[in-house]
Design a protein around this ligand. Sequence first.
Ligand code: UDP
Length: 463
Amino acid sequence: MEILKDDCHVLIITFPGQGNINPCIQFSKRLVKLGVNVTFSTSLTAFNRITNLPTIEGLTFAPFSDGFDGNFKGSMNNFHEFNNSFRTHGSEFMINLVKTRAKEGNPFKRIIYTTLTGWVGLLATSINVPSTFLWIQPATVLDIYYYFFNGYEDTIKNFPKDKFLELRGLPLLSPRDLPSFVFADSNDWTLLSMKDHVELMDSEINQRVLVNTFDALEPDALSVLKNVNMVGIGPLIPSAFLDGNDSSDTSFGADMRQDSRDYIEWLDSKAKESVIYIAFGSYSMIPNQLMEEIAQGLVLCKRPFLWVIREGQNGEKPFEKLSCKEELEELGKTVSWCSQVEVLQHPSLACFLTHCGWNSTIESLASGVPVVACPLWTDQLCNAKLIQDVWKTGVRVNANDEGVIERNEFERCIEIVVGDGEKGKELRKNAKKWRNLAKDSMKEDGSSNVNLKAYVHEVLLGE
Ligand code: UDP
């Protein structure tokens, strides 16, 4: 731990989703260790639900109201309403905070913003405060958006479903591998927000963009854009599960929910590499039919499982609707939330059935757990492609002609991953290989550690 530098203070502003907060909290902790004071800010929608914020000297929290503060009841279809309110309130908050700090003689050296908060970067530019972009999806996905807004929009939108798209530095991609936002209406807030990011990247030649990935994982994707300096600084997961330098660092420290931890005891009681872990991230709602097919697939597999089933926005309990509840209760355990990084490291884990959110993906890679990939939308589709065809640590489920992923398909994929066949052995071997490379990247002389230190010394402390 370096001594905190009084004159180096940064403001981090992030979107209030768990998938944004987790890597940002981890990033903040790493900056503090390198001597940088951090003010971490997001809206009360997140803060009102967080139960265990870390208390670390040098890290302070600055929540703001987004106008809903946890009470937004809209669906994904009118999420732009939430985002507009978050942006308007957040802009006002940011301007006031920056001004106050400057008046007090303790100005922020830099503002760091993440995926979906390009407005922070634009606002920072308008008030002459330098900013850095921390991208918390794979470099490959950022490249795709970059190409999209630099001449490839029509090609990408109209690409035939049965052909493969060639983009320099990236694997061959079919339309089903592309982040779903590229097919959104051009006025959709998600796509406009990606446009902001790309415009900001284009506004300064060779700007450093920090990415929650590591060099060995995406060497070409990190280096293919000539005008952007993408730097791998991940995986941004707690130290105890990576470099091991800080064994007390076992959680992100910002869990939104925490059931009792009896699932750890339950995992302790299971044989080595026997349990299927199922989780679909922190916010996506799983359609009833998909839930039912997964449940029936688990019954067919007859293997122990731990399944995270979140309650619906209005307190619905999706597990209660399943037709095979009794059979499931005999085989496995359901929880409404768990410490996923801890679960993934448990010796009893055999396989992770995941929606392929980027955090879940990089956490599975860093834990050496092979996956069954069941992406729903956004970057998850591309992450599933990378898992199956590039890193070869998992298999992706296929839908039938009616677009349904059937129970037998879940059974087939789970059996490939955990079974004794050659394919399963290869997936497990690859998963261990990536786990070791992820750990290496965070060692003292590892690429991500070196890259982060260079950023801190050259950009934050050197300014
Ligand atoms: N997570 C967790 N417990 C759960 C489900 C998710 O700790 O029961 C964490 C998970 O470890 C990850 C984050 O929530 O860090 C989810 O991020 P991801 O990008 O995978 O998915 P999103 O929620 O953004 O769809």
